[in-house]
Design a protein around this ligand. Structure first.
Ligand SMILES: C[S@@+](CC[C@H](N)C(=O)[O-])C[C@H]1O[C@@H](n2cnc3c(N)ncnc32)[C@H](O)[C@@H]1O
Length: 184
């Protein structure tokens, strides 16, 4: 199942929009691109599709993404497994919910972030630092239902919150902390 455009997709995309309106330069990674809404937002605002990389582990999604974004790199990759580049902006609307045994297997890939919800995000955060350019940043979506996220390697700023019926969504701007900043 490919993740349909949802509240969290649109909420994150509103911050991507603000970011691209400020800066159309550099290289962007759209991690777990799904139907490609975050990349579409960038391109519609004039970002060069050649500087865009989209990834997913859902092969059906990748087929659609390759058709929709012929000028961009579209890569099958479990997080950064097949990525060697560095980026100025990494966008991720991750699977962030705690495991729910009633959830069908084919939608878990989109929604379940691990037993507590934050496990995939933590793996992403551990790997992302070496894929950020010096002034690079991450736009990450999380939820009040996501537990156990470790942000300690990053300087984080909460850009916005959105209350839904059963959860609250958060969009974070993250920048990698240097070793000296971490120890101070
Ligand atoms: C919540 S959906 C977000 C989709 C889209 N970016 C959006 O904002 O609507 C999460 C996406 O991450 C992908 N995904 C899940 N685990 C992944 C992993 N380990 N590496 C890369 N992508 C992953 C899923 O296939 C899905 O497309």
């Amino acid at each position: 199942m490919i993740y349909p455009l949802s509240e969290d997709s649109f909420f994150l995309s509103s911050f991507v929009e603000k970011e691209i309106k400020k800066n159309k330069k550099g290289k962007i990674l759209d991690m777990g691109a799904g139907l490609g809404i975050q990349s579409e937002t960038c391109i519609n605002l004039g970002f060069n599709p050649k500087n865009l990389t989209l990834t997913d582990i859902n092969k059906e999604a990748l087929k659609i993404l390759r058709k929709k974004f012929p000028k961009s790199k579209v890569i099958f990759s479990d997080l950064f497994e097949n990525i060697s580049d560095k980026f100025d902006l990494i966008i991720f609307n991750p699977p962030y919910l705690p495991e729910d045994l009633r959830e069908p297997e084919d939608s878990k890939i989109n929604t379940t972030g691990g037993k507590k919800g934050g496990e995939i995000i933590n793996k992403f955060l551990r790997q992302a630092r070496k894929h950020l350019n010096k002034k690079g940043k991450i736009l990450l979506l999380t939820s009040s239902l996501t537990k156990g996220i470790i942000f300690s390697d990053y300087n984080r700023k909460l850009l916005g919150t959105k209350k839904l019926f059963f959860e609250e969504l958060y969009v974070w701007e993250l920048r990698s902390l240097s070793c000296s900043e971490k120890n101070s």
